[in-house]
Design a protein around this ligand. Structure first.
Ligand code: BG6
Length: 476
């Protein structure tokens, strides 16, 4: 592996999200989010796990930042809980919420760690869900932009990198089609309308950012699973083209060019799905090119044609029992099948570093925009030894291979400005509990809050990344 492939100033980072790490779910004026509510519905998460305590980052952020500093981390991506800042979703600002993030940002900057702030990582105020149905109402657009403006005002002098929405494609499809996230709905019609509102919120937030002249860069983070065709049979290749259009270009074309792909619009018409595109929307959407595109990359998807009577939403593996996931697809169009050429994790996620290179190159060729890898990592079982060590060589291999792939993409012409691993500490995996671990830092807790010790231990991967950054500092 060579760090020489990476440009000077490259942001070697790591990431988290408020609900997954903070805990303190009802402290210091914070209100309930849709996730605080959702996890209480029996059967929604693995063993009923929730983020009430999480890894208590809210109270331990100094300890966590000290570990980052010792590791030499250059950037830390975290999200802000809307419910801490504006408990009513709008209106009165909760100073305690501002203070918490202000202190976290100062702590990072004091250790030369660049804060990368995600404005929205899925934890919508429950009050807005109840008042007008959250993302399904156009009222969300104003509320979201106002919330963002409060953040720009409070932290814009110190934060240079902003992520608007984390994985709009995931929270829309899991929330409105797969019934796995709140509001647990299965309706393509409702999904496409809610998604349109999210596009407007994203675009107008970028506009607001420019109007307020915040001295930084802004962009959304997209969960990109580049698609391969299972083989060269023409009907499978066409299915793959459709898959890429429905699942990727649908969002990325909008972010970068402000337009929905024509072929998908046409297909939706045929399905009797009508998006509420109002006068003036096209201009708003076309007017908001981001500075960079955040990419969360975990795996590729391999695709085959799916007959009209074929599969629809299949079961996802949220238990860690290898092989328990099912095929999923859109009947008459495409389905996702197993790739025979790659290994899978215990949660059936395909391990494919070259897929990251492919994704970066596709984006460069199609959109020519700087990319920040805002998430990439391996969720696995980790074992704390009696000597309090964690030998996660599988994670080192995973990250090392993905770093290589990024380096190659940069050498071949792509502009990648940073790499944030998922995740910094172990944390709550939304549907998979605490047993699916991603961190450089092991957190001593299982599913039950009552037995959580929350002690932090450095994994072998922590030291490996530390060395990589040291090597980069020396050689580049
Ligand atoms: C991304 C999310 O989808 O993937 C993270 O932005 C999430 O919040 C990560 O934790 C890993 O997914 P999971 O389901 O394994 O936690």
């Amino acid at each position: 592996m060579t760090v020489k492939n990476f440009p000077k100033g490259f942001l070697w980072g790591s990431a988290s999200a408020a609900y997954q790490v903070e805990g303190a779910w009802d402290k210091d004026g914070k209100s309930e989010s849709i996730w605080d509510r959702y996890v209480r519905i029996p059967g929604t998460t693995f063993k009923g796990t929730n983020g009430n305590l999480a890894v208590d980052h809210y109270h331990r952020y100094k300890e966590d930042v000290a570990l980052m500093a010792e590791q030499g981390l250059k950037a830390y991506r975290f999200s802000i809980a809307w419910t801490r800042i504006l408990p009513q979703g709008r209106g009165e600002v909760n100073q305690a919420g501002i203070q918490f993030y202000s202190d976290l940002i100062d702590e990072l900057l004091a250790h030369d760690i660049e804060p990368v702030v995600t404005i929205y990582h899925w934890d919508l105020p429950q009050v807005l869900q109840e008042e007008y149905g959250g993302w399904e109402s156009r009222q969300i657009v104003d509320d979201f932009v106002n919330y963002s403006a409060v953040l720009f005002e409070a932290f814009g002098d110190r934060v240079k990198y902003w992520v608007t929405l984390n994985e709009q494609n995931i929270f829309m499809t899991l929330g409105y089609v797969q019934e796995l996230h709140p509001p647990k709905v299965h309706s393509y019609q409702r999904m496409y309308n809610a998604n349109h509102n999210a596009n407007l919120a994203n675009a107008l937030t970028i506009k607001k950012f420019r109007e307020m002249k915040v001295p930084g860069q802004i962009g959304p983070s997209f969960a990109y699973n580049p698609a391969y065709s299972i083989d060269s049979k023409p009907e499978n290749v066409i299915a793959t083209e459709n898959y890429e259009a429905f699942n990727s270009s649908w969002w990325m074309d909008m972010y970068i060019n402000g337009k929905y792909p024509k072929t998908v619009l046409k297909a939706l018409e045929g399905m009797d799905i009508h998006i509420d595109i109002q006068e003036g929307d096209d201009e708003i959407l076309a007017d908001a090119r981001p500075d960079f595109l955040g990419i969360n990359y975990y795996q590729t998807n391999t695709v085959a044609y799916n007959p009209v009577d074929g599969v629809s939403v299949g079961k996802m593996n949220t238990t860690g029992e290898k092989g328990s996931s099912e095929e999923s697809g859109m009947p008459g169009l495409f389905k996702r099948v197993q790739n025979p050429f790659v290994e899978r994790t215990n949660w059936d996620w395909e391990i494919d570093p070259q897929g990251l290179k492919l994704g970066i190159k596709r984006i460069t060729n199609r959109y020519d925009i700087p990319i920040m890898i805002t998430e990439n990592g391996l969720g696995e079982y980790d074992k704390l030894t009696e000597d309090k060590e964690i030998h996660d060589d599988y994670r080192i291999k995973y990250i090392s291979d993905h770093v290589d792939a990024i380096g190659e993409a940069i050498q071949e012409g792509s502009d990648v400005i940073g790499y944030c691993t998922w995740s910094y500490t172990d944390l709550l995996s939304w549907l998979n509990g605490y047993q699916k671990r991603y961190g450089f830092v092991y957190v001593d807790r299982e599913e039950d809050d009552a037995t959580a010790k929350l002690t932090r231990y450095k994994k072998d991967s922590y030291y490996w990344y530390k060395n990589l950054i040291e090597q980069f500092n020396k050689e580049v």
